[in-house]
Design a protein around this ligand. Sequence first.
Ligand code: ADA
Ligand code: CA
Ligand code: CA
Length: 231
Amino acid sequence: MKKGIIFVIAALVIVSLMVWFSCNPFNKEDKASSINVLDESDGTRLTISCTIAVNGSTWDGGGQTIYASGMGDGSQSESQDPIFTITNGTVRNCTIGAPACDGIHFKGGNATVSSVRVPDVGEDAITVKSQGTYNVSSFTGNSSEDKLFQINDLCTITYSSISGSGMGKMCRQNGGKTWKCTIYINGANLSGVKEAVVRSDSTSTSVRWRSISCNLAQSSWWYGNFSVGSY
Ligand code: ADA
Ligand code: CA
Ligand code: CA
């Protein structure tokens, strides 16, 4: 009997240490490269407790819905973890369930997000964090409180076949920044937009667009003094 209890306690300690080393919540820098605790019990659900770092490969979700545990509450707090970081790679074919935390971060090189749905966007859905060339296609993001997409570094980014309902703006270049980004919008179906399609404080930024439908009058689509043209 006593032996049994000692065995159970020892097993608990070992499992706790394994979880701690793979996913130390106090060590933010290591989180993106650490191993997730996965729960794929019914094949359509994937529970994660750390960021999935995609680097040089394609991550295909096979239609699964991802649930983040202990990574943020999906609010407007800026301190939430991203669900994915992508450097020179692709994330495709999944749904990010709530809480969607800080969404997906582009971290450099050539990277793509395709066939991804976020029914209840967290702080935002996709952020450019480092310089690169990026593609977002067949993407649905609903119920953003503020922005769907955020751009925090130099990039050329193409948004194709975007669908979203409920947002302040579809895309925001980081406030007060004057560097150039080149934004292509190739098809967007937007409803419940409160502020703009794109907002930027940079006069060197360029937006080229086609096939946008939006509840806002076209005179309110572009918030800022950047270059806009159709293509
Ligand atoms: C806001 C905030 C920025 C940055 C950004 C983001 O615009 O002011 O500092 O955190 O959100 O990346 O979500
Ligand atoms: Ca924010
Ligand atoms: Ca954010």
